[in-house]
Design a protein around this ligand. Structure first.
Ligand code: AMX
Length: 434
């Protein structure tokens, strides 16, 4: 067993009595109430999920295991010559809550390497799909196709004990994570690079290998590390995390659950927003004959979008009420590495203008940018211009968070999810009663 797995077991064991005690002795303590608006409006803000992996404060944004984004990046060990921490070190931290030593992070690298070989049939499945299939459909299909590999499903069929569920889920999570960079890069090069493929390099880490298989030179390896870490987790209620959690709660294995989560991420109000941002920006520039708009022209385009009944992609959030720190982290990266890039300048101009327009428009509760407003610009700059692919990269990163979460779900014995629905007539009755 690895240090990571041993540490995880120790942590789960220590947590179990806390969860059990809360459930048994304090199960009736009320932590929220639900109104009609929330029942109709997507359960917004209803407190009914538990996770210790990340917490989203509406003003401050995400904290991973209690650390802000800058604190997380500062705390994690780096390898010589890397500007960013490795994804492996971050996953150790996300899963256990402890910052790993450089050695512990290296052990995760070695572990993933030993699990990295993608079964050949996965590529056959991908190749059988029409080439113009959306890359998110391909990515989700590839994950689902591997379901036959599930350790959880096999052990469950053999009568595994409930206290061992976490172990089998962990094995599936690690097997899946180890393969995702290769699958994602394969889809990219099959679709967009003339069906040429680059084999993984066993010497490289998760982010480095992804960059290598994409065929993109440094510093795209560091870009990838940063991107995957930033997109990993955003507490439990967002569509991709919640879907993965929900499906896994039926004891569907991690392949079923993560594939479902990816399908949610593929929606334009969620992960697809990052490709929509680039599309929107390109549209603005196209309409102006390739020229960067002035602030006035940009304002007019923002209003045109809103009056056309469309959303401004990359702006607004279901929970956040300030600028997303994931946006800020990427902006700081751009300021350091691509300060003069015209698209970056345009994104900054949108940041100057859009919050005012959205506030005047008066609908959104949050006129500030989210993670997706900035991420496409970085990809574009380093040569990934096929923006359909951006959500796949989001999905690779998101896997870290949602898979860590379902390992813990099984560790703490969370129940099958089953909220209650009511009828419209019932709502009307309660409305009349005030
Ligand atoms: N542009 C225009 N209108 C917006 C808007 C935006 N960026 N954000 C919210 N609104 C509108 C909503 O559509 C809604 O209108 P309605 O009353 O006519 O239905 C109203 O403002 C109130 O919405 P809200 O409570 O502020 O937001 P929400 O919780 O319902 O939705 C979100 C949140 C993210 C879906 C929404 O802000 C949005 O559509 N943003 C654009 C898409 C986007 O960037 N998504 C990515 C989010 C981050 C992520 O998951 N990757």
């Amino acid at each position: 067993t690895t240090a990571l797995k041993a540490k995880l077991f120790e942590k789960i064991e220590a947590f179990r009595p806390r969860t059990q005690k809360l459930n048994k002795e304090f199960g009736n303590v009320v932590i929220d109430s639900v109104n009609i608006g929330q029942a109709i409006g997507g359960a917004r803000d209803v407190r009914c999920l538990v996770t210790d992996i990340s917490y989203l404060d509406p003003q401050e944004g995400i904290r991973f295991r209690g650390k802000t984004i800058p604190e997380t990046f500062a705390a994690l060990p780096r390898k010589a010559g890397f500007e960013q921490p490795t994804v492996e070190s971050f996953f150790y931290f996300l899963l256990t809550g402890d910052v790993p030593t450089a050695e512990q992070a290296l052990e995760v690298e070695a572990d993933w390497r030993s699990r990295a070989e993608v079964p050949a049939y996965v590529f056959d499945v991908l190749r059988a799909m029409p080439r113009d299939t959306h890359p998110m459909t391909m990515f989700s299909t590839a994950v689902l196709a591997m379901q036959r590999e599930s350790v959880f499903a096999h052990r469950y069929a053999e009568g595994m004990k409930k206290t061992d569920y976490w172990d089998a889920t962990y094995e599936d999570a690690m097997n899946l994570l180890a393969k995702l960079p290769h699958i994602a890069a394969y889809i990219y090069r099959m679709k967009y690079k003339g069906d040429t493929h680059i084999e993984p390099d066993a010497k490289l880490d998760f982010g480095g290998n992804f960059a290598h298989m994409m065929g993109i030179a440094k510093p795209y390896d560091d870009v990838s590390r940063m991107y995957f870490i930033l997109h990993s987790d955003h507490e439990s209620g967002n569509v991709s995390a919640h879907t993965t959690h929900l499906v896994a709660s039926a004891l569907s294995d991690p392949y079923y659950a993560f594939s479902a989560g990816l399908n949610g991420l593929a929606g334009p109000l969620h992960g697809l927003a990052n490709q929509e941002v680039l599309g929107w920006i390109q549209n603005v520039m196209k309409k102006l004959g390739g020229k960067i708009p002035t602030e006035e022209e940009l304002k007019a385009f923002l209003w045109d979008t809103l009056k056309g009944g469309q959303v401004i992609p990359g702006y607004g959030h279901a929970v956040l009420r300030k600028t997303d720190p994931r946006y800020t982290a990427q902006m700081e990266y751009c300021q350091k590495h691509l300060p003069d890039d015209p698209l970056f300048k345009l994104v900054n101009m949108i940041y100057k203008v859009a919050p005012g327009v959205l506030t005047e428009h008066g609908k959104t509760k949050n006129p500030w940018p989210n993670v997706d407003a900035q991420s496409g610009v970085i990809q574009w700059y380093y040569g990934v211009r096929e923006w359909d692919f951006y959500t796949v990269e989001f999905g690779v990163g998101r896997a870290l968070g949602v898979l860590a979460n379902i390992v813990w779900d099984r560790g703490l014995g969370y129940a099958i999810e089953r909220p209650k629905s009511v009828t419209t007539a019932m709502l009307e009755q309660w409305a009349a009663a005030g």
